[in-house]
Design a binder for this molecule. Structure first.
Ligand SMILES: NC(=O)c1ccc[n+]([C@@H]2O[C@H](COP(=O)([O-])OP(=O)(O)OC[C@H]3O[C@@H](n4cnc5c(N)ncnc54)[C@H](O)[C@@H]3O)[C@@H](O)[C@H]2O)c1
Ligand SMILES: O=c1ccn([C@@H]2O[C@H](COP(=O)(O)OP(=O)(O)O[C@H]3OC[C@](O)(CO)[C@H]3O)[C@@H](O)[C@H]2O)c(=O)[nH]1
Length: 386
């Protein structure tokens, strides 16, 4: 920990980070990294702390004096400005970011991703504090290639699908397709932050995560989240595998995604934190272009990996098709393909992802099996008994 230097060989002095949304999936991994590998302090802000409990208790942990939890809802708590003022850097992760909410709770989605983020930007700008804001790959929406005929050879040309921070357009669906409420709110907050940088000198970095996955992502319905809740695809498919039910493929599972292991992605965030001169003023894609699959291929791979790590045989019918209307309701739409261009992050921070999809699924599904298999068995036997 001692003698940390940045990418230009300058010593890194310990600083204080106000991390909003620290109790979520990404926040929990970032807190873990900051506590175990750096001397920095974290003011962890969230409404929940279950995912960082292991870092907060017992008070004898070596980092006990470097992490403080503040149970604050940033919608309506005057303590937020004070915490931002106390910190050198604010990282904002707080958001509603599960697609099942975008079309069914569009107002909450827009408030969470735009309105609630506004004071954070304002306090950072007014107090001369640096901000790392979490946006999303969803701001790209659909690819240009999605509008070409299915058999067009141009669909194979990277110019029509690779997503570049400084060049690609943001292509959303019509207003009735409320799926895009999230992407649109994220895009507007990005533009506001960018404008604060240009007009008022705010020091900012914007992160666009491309499907980061790993342990502690979302919840397993009926175990550590609502029975009727719909988490992101990793948790949906994990839940199906744990319950030995077919994995549901929305609209044929044809959409494509690139998945990155959370631990690789956290390395990139740490480089941004510790190299402000290289990160300020930039928007960074953070993803793994080598890990592309269709959702159907993801389901097949997760089925194979789960069988390996649990020792259980696969189902005879491992997947079933469902329509998006049935699964998500009215107003759902989808991104067709998401390949991040890595030029900017590579040039500024020299970062590259490392972990293959198979390896990251193996460690993640081992965690899911260890954490949930017994609880699911018990919950299922109770239901049968009743
Ligand atoms: N995980 C990904 O692959 C991914 C992809 C794209 C974008 N992102 C963005 O990264 C950020 C973090 O994502 P995540 O996957 O960790 O999600 P998450 O839901 O696990 O974490 C978000 C955290 O913010 C907290 N929060 C929400 N509203 C709050 C409020 N009003 N006050 C205090 N805390 C509040 C939640 O309680 C939660 O703990 C989000 O902004 C999301 O849009 C993530
Ligand atoms: O049971 C299921 C669940 C989902 N799908 C399909 O999988 C694709 C990916 O879904 P998901 O991971 O839930 O979310 P998205 O990738 O669409 O969106 C996220 O991307 C980044 C972020 O901003 C935050 O994580 C969020 O918006 C999708 O095609 C689903 O339809 C399925 O087939 N079966």
């Amino acid at each position: 920990m001692a003698g940390r230097v940045d990418l230009d060989g300058n010593p890194i002095n310990p600083f204080t980070i106000c991390m909003i949304g620290a109790g979520g999936f990404i926040g929990s991994h970032l807190c873990e990294k900051l506590m175990s590998e750096t001397p920095h302090k974290v003011l962890a802000v969230d409404v929940y702390n279950d995912k960082i409990k292991h870092l907060l208790e017992p008070a004898t942990l070596t980092w006990a004096d470097r992490i403080q939890f503040h149970r604050i809802n940033i919608k309506n708590d005057s303590r937020l400005e004070g915490l931002i003022k106390m910190a050198d850097l604010t990282i904002n992760l707080a958001a509603i970011c599960t697609p099942a909410d975008y079309n069914t709770r569009p107002l909450d989605t827009i408030y969470s991703n735009f309105i609630d983020a506004l004071p954070v930007v304002k306090y950072c700008s007014e107090n001369g504090k640096r901000l790392i804001h979490f946006s999303t790959c969803e701001v790209y929406g659909k690819t240009i290639g999605a509008f070409l005929p299915k058999d067009s050879p141009l669909r194979q040309d990277p110019a029509y699908y690779v997503l570049k921070e400084d060049a690609s357009p943001c292509i959303f669906g019509s207003i009735e397709k409320q799926r895009w409420s999230y992407a649109c709110a994220k895009q507007l907050i990005e533009r506001l932050i960018y404008a604060e940088g240009a007009e008022n000198g705010l020091e900012f970095t914007i992160v666009r995560p491309f499907n980061w996955i790993g342990p502690r992502m979302d919840f397993i319905p009926g175990i550590d989240g609502p029975s009727e809740g719909v988490p992101r695809v990793l948790a949906c498919f994990s839940n199906n595998l744990l319950r030995r039910e077919p994995l549901k493929l929305v609209d044929g599972g044809e959409s494509q995604r690139t998945f990155i292991y959370i631990k690789d992605a956290i390395e990139a965030v740490l480089l941004m934190i510790e190299n402000p001169a290289r990160a300020n003023g930039h928007i960074f894609n953070v993803g793994n272009p080598n890990n592309e699959v269709t959702v159907r291929q993801l389901a097949e791979m997760m089925t194979q990996v789960y069988s390996k790590v649990s020792g259980e045989s696969s189902l005879e019918t491992p997947t079933i098709d469902v329509s998006s209307k049935e699964f998500y309701g009215e107003g759902y739409d989808d991104s067709d393909k998401r390949i991040p261009d890595m030029t900017i992050i590579n040039k500024q921070l020299g970062w590259n992802p490392k972990t293959s999809l198979w390896d990251l699924l193996e460690s993640t599904l081992t965690y899911q099996h260890r954490t949930y298999a017994e609880a699911i068995k018990q919950a299922m036997s109770k239901t049968t008994a009743n």
